[in-house]
Design a protein around this ligand. Structure first.
Ligand code: SAM
Length: 287
């Protein structure tokens, strides 16, 4: 079945009385070459988890290359469609569940014997950042994430310090993974087309985080605080998030080699690590 052909998509929709739900981010990809590229980039041989299979167009490409594909789809109207479009594969399991309400550690353990797998998805736009954040923060046994996202989200993940796009998402992704934009995808290649262009992003998980920190939770709290109010100096942002006086904070910042007047968005990853470690040391010295 040519699942990328607009005529076939319309035919399946008519057969099942399916109407696209914008609220569920249902923009289906119609480019065979990009689907193949995503499937290859995911290196799915040992196992792959797909989020949001839709009519199964990417699932099909993954199934050809993988030992086992598990696909989580929130929309129950798609379950009978997928049984039909994926009928030639016996290595695919479709689960009718919301990815945000699924214990992914448990699912990977059960379905893939705890093996390191990849995640591949053309992500629903309304929930892109929460899904990426959950997948990265949950410390799952993952090799890589290969996802179609809004171009603007891919640019935020790749952003450099002192730019508008740089933020807590950049740091989170770069702490655990090496992100790489594989290609930009114009809105016209989706059915129906979304309002913005997209990008295929691959994030390969690193063997160990890109910087060493004394306390991971404190590191991410520091990052979150630094970006909480972009108009304020880093000193003021930290003062509102940590119960520490400004004199102590200035001293902490200087000991980390950071001028208190700087803004959070100017710090690079190593500086955030030095700052979080300096807060950690200060707290230890007060105990
Ligand atoms: N994989 C298909 C493709 O590439 O054409 C469809 C991608 S479409 C952008 C996103 C899919 O995610 C839809 O099938 C939608 O129903 C599903 N979806 C939306 N929210 C979801 C959620 N919270 N959990 C699982 N699937 C979800």
């Amino acid at each position: 079945m040519e699942l990328t052909s607009p005529a076939v998509i319309k035919g399946i929709a008519a057969k099942y009385g399916f109407t696209f739900k914008k609220g569920l981010g249902q923009n289906f990809l119609t480019s065979q070459s990009i689907l193949e590229e995503i499937a290859e980039a995911a290196e799915p041989e040992e196992g792959v988890l797909e989020i949001g299979p839709g009519f199964g167009v990417l699932t099909n490409e993954l199934a050809k290359r993988s030992e086992k594909v598990v696909a989580l789809e929130i929309d129950e109207r798609l379950i009978p469609v997928l049984a039909d479009t994926l009928s030639e594969h016996n290595n695919v399991k479709v689960i009718n569940k919301d990815v945000m309400k699924t214990d992914l550690n448990e699912l990977i353990e059960e379905e893939f014997d705890g093996k390191r797998i990849s995640v591949a998805a053309n992500l629903p736009y309304y929930i892109t950042t929460p899904i990426i954040t959950t997948l990265i923060e949950s410390e799952l046994p993952l090799k890589s994430l290969v996802v179609m996202v809004q171009k603007e989200v891919a640019e935020r993940i790749q952003a450099k310090p002192s730019t508008k796009a740089y933020g807590a998402l950049t740091i989170l992704c770069r702490f655990y993974t090496e992100p790489e934009i594989i290609r930009i995808v114009p809105a016209g290649l989706f059915m129906p087309p979304p309002n913005v262009d997209s990008a295929v992003l691959r994030m390969r998980f690193l063997e160990k985080p890109s910087v060493e920190v004394k306390d991971r939770e404190l590191f991410f709290k520091t990052v979150k605080a630094a970006f909480s109010q972009r108009r304020k100096t880093l000193l003021n942002c930290l003062a509102s998030s940590f119960s520490l006086g400004k004199d102590a904070l200035s001293e902490i910042m200087r000991s980390a080699g950071i001028e208190p007047g700087r803004r959070g968005e100017t710090l690079d990853m190593a500086e955030f690590a030095a700052l979080a470690d300096a807060i950690y040391e200060y707290r230890q010295s007060q105990n």
